[in-house]
Each structure stands twice: as C-alpha cells, then as structure tokens.
Design a protein around this ligand. Structure first.
Ligand code: NAD
Length: 247
C-alpha cells in the first residue's frame, strides 16, 4: 500500500486508461477523485468500484479546459479530502484530419482539452501541493508526441507540448518537492483505438516488437510507480510505454 492516505485527482477517469489509473491508485491505497466531462453515470460507477475496495471516492464534473471549473474542482477536492497529493492529467480527445483540411475549431478544441488543461490543473493543484511541500503530477502524453503522425497535427502538437510543459513544471516545482513526469503510451486498447480498422491493427502489430496493443493496466502500473515514494528521484521525464514501438 504505497499510497495509503493519499488523495489523487484523475482527469477523464470514467473510462479507458483514466479509469484503470484511478482503480490502480486506489488498489495502492489512495482515495480518488474521478473527474468526468459529461457521463455522470459512468463516473459514479467508477467511484462505487473504488469504494468497494475500501477507499473513499467522489465523482466531480469539470471541463478540464475551463479554468473556473478546474479551480472549483480542486477546491472541492481539498474541502472533501483535506489534501491533494497526486494529479494525473489523463483527459484527452482527438479530432483527426489532414493538416490542409483541419478546421481551426478542431485545432482549438484539441489543444484546449489536451494541453491548456494541463496548464490549468497544474497551476490550480500546485498551489495546494506547495502548501503541503510535496506532490506528484503525472501527465499522459503519447508516442505520437515524439514520433509525429499524419492526420493528427493538433493532437501531436498537444502531446509534444505536454512533454515540454512537464519539463518546465518539473524545474519550477522541484524546490517545493513536487515531481512532474509524463507517460507516453503507444497504442492501447480503449474506445480511442477500438475505432481503428482491423487491417490497420494488423499493420500496427508488425511495428510493435512485443506484437500486441497495450492494455490500460500497462499504463496504470507506471503511473502508480510515479505517484509513489519509490520514484522520488525522478522528475521531468517522459516514460515510454509502447511495446518497443518507438525507441
Ligand atoms: P478515452 O476517450 O477512452 O478517454 C478519454 C477521457 O477523457 C474520457 O473519459 C473523456 O470523457 C475525458 N474527457 C474528454 N474531454 C474532457 C474534458 N474536457 N474534461 C474532462 N474530461 C474529458 O481515451 P483513452 O484511450 O482512455 O485516453 C486517455 C489518455 O491517454 C488521453 O490523454 C489520450 O490522448 C492518451 N493516449 C491514449 C492512447 C491510446 O492508444 N488509447 C495512446 C496514447 C495516449
């Protein structure tokens, strides 16, 4: 129980990778705030599952791209749980299109939800963590943030931006004993990748030395390590979890 008594806020935690991260942090002892954008029922189900393994949990609605909503969520978290020790920036969307056809609104939506959100939550949460003189921030980037990907200029720019923001926040927050790291998943089986046609998946397997897509738990285990005391000398890093697809 490396996280006993800690409070973790996981954004976009009602399904996919975020849900598995929330459950894994809870299995390691943390109490969890399950942030969600719209589907209250799914988020409440995750909170119930966390309570059933003996931890405290609350589902809080907030659009992570909205500064007021983020501030309010952090305030509610601290009021409810008394501290905020771990932030996992997981929420994300895609609006794929070739660069020449990409609408400005698709660029803005993806940058706001995937990157501006990390700035907003980090700012709001760091204030509390600075008071506690301790904290862990873990940002979910992507393999494409380092490799690039045709048809995903907005998403790639956001995920590359997360890596830069992680390094800067790590330098600024290190004197307050707050570590900031990123995890860059490869292709993981979730709603985001379920849409891929079978022939595209078969092509992917050939490019992945471990010859399978990753599972949400592959990401959750690494996040749980980065959230724990065992990672106290790691900051500003991006850990790649991709079956060897990109080295
Ligand atoms: P998903 O679509 O299943 O989950 C994304 C979650 O973010 C959803 O719960 C969604 O409701 C939430 N969300 C979206 N907009 C939000 C907003 N404005 N405010 C709050 N929550 C919001 O996708 P996933 O595959 O579980 O992805 C989780 C993270 O992992 C994302 O950041 C994604 O970019 C990243 N990622 C996924 C893969 C993959 O292969 N699945 C690969 C690399 C990176």
């Amino acid at each position: 129980m490396t996280l006993a008594g800690k409070t973790a806020l996981v954004t976009g935690a009602s399904r996919g990778i975020g849900k598995e991260i929330a459950l894994e942090l809870a299995r390691n002892g943390a109490n969890i705030v399950v942030n969600y954008a719209g589907n209250k029922q799914l988020a409440e189900q995750v909170a119930d599952e966390i309570r059933s393994i003996g931890r405290e949990s609350a589902a809080i609605q907030a659009d992570v791209a909205n500064s007021e909503a983020v501030e309010q969520m952090v305030k509610e978290t601290v009021n409810m749980f008394g501290s905020l020790d771990i932030l996992v920036n997981n929420a994300g969307i895609t609006r794929d299109q070739l660069l020449m056809r990409m609408k400005e609104s698709d660029w803005d939506d993806v940058l706001n939800t995937n990157l501006k959100s990390v700035f907003l939550t980090t700012k709001a949460v760091s204030r509390q963590m600075m008071k506690q003189r301790k904290g862990r921030i873990i940002n979910i980037s992507s393999i494409v943030g380092v490799s690039g990907n045709a048809g995903q200029a907005n998403y790639v720019a956001a995920k590359a931006g997360i890596i830069g923001l992680t390094k800067t926040a790590a330098k600024e927050l290190a004197p307050r004993n707050i570590t900031v790291n990123a995890v860059a998943p490869g292709f993981i089986t979730t709603d985001m990748t379920d849409k891929l046609p079978e022939d595209v998946k078969q092509e992917l397997y050939k490019q992945i030395p471990l010859a399978r897509l990753g599972e949400p738990k592959d990401i959750a285990y690494v996040v749980a390590f980065l959230a724990s005391e065992k990672s106290s000398y790691i900051t500003g890093q991006t850990i790649h979890v991709n079956g060897g697809m990109y080295m």
